[in-house]
Design a protein. Structure first.
Length: 121
């Protein structure tokens, strides 16, 4: 079983681009995988689950590309620790303002908007 990476919710499980799924290839790959599946007696549940997972991975690999990670953002010359600190200070009021604007009366959202402007200036 693949292991999860430490420190975060990301895992090492492969991900496929479902928007690029080719249905006909998926059907054909599943037919081919069904030919290779042999049932031996007695059946171990864990081993059958591993075989099924491998078969499903092969079907997905044949019918759609895997999702790749985006490259990290490049550093910019003008970013400073002060800007990073200001950004982190403004993040909470900005989120509160967005939430208030979405769920609460207009006057509370306007008050938070004023607080954000004061933090920026």
């Amino acid at each position: 079983m693949p292991r999860r990476r430490s420190g975060g919710n990301t895992s090492v499980f492969p991900r496929w681009s479902l928007t690029k799924l080719e249905r006909q290839l998926a059907v054909e790959a599943s037919v081919v995988q069904s030919w290779t599946m042999r049932v031996e007696q007695p059946v171990e549940v864990d081993e059958e689950a591993r075989k099924f997972r491998r078969s499903l991975w092969r079907i997905c690999d044949a019918s759609m590309p895997r999702v790749t990670q985006r490259p990290p953002r490049n550093q910019v010359y003008w970013w400073t620790p002060e800007i990073a600190q200001l950004r982190s200070v403004c993040a909470v009021p900005r989120c509160q303002h967005t939430r208030q604007r979405r769920w609460h009366p207009r006057n509370e959202a306007d008050e938070l908007k004023v607080q954000i402007k004061l933090l920026i200036i």
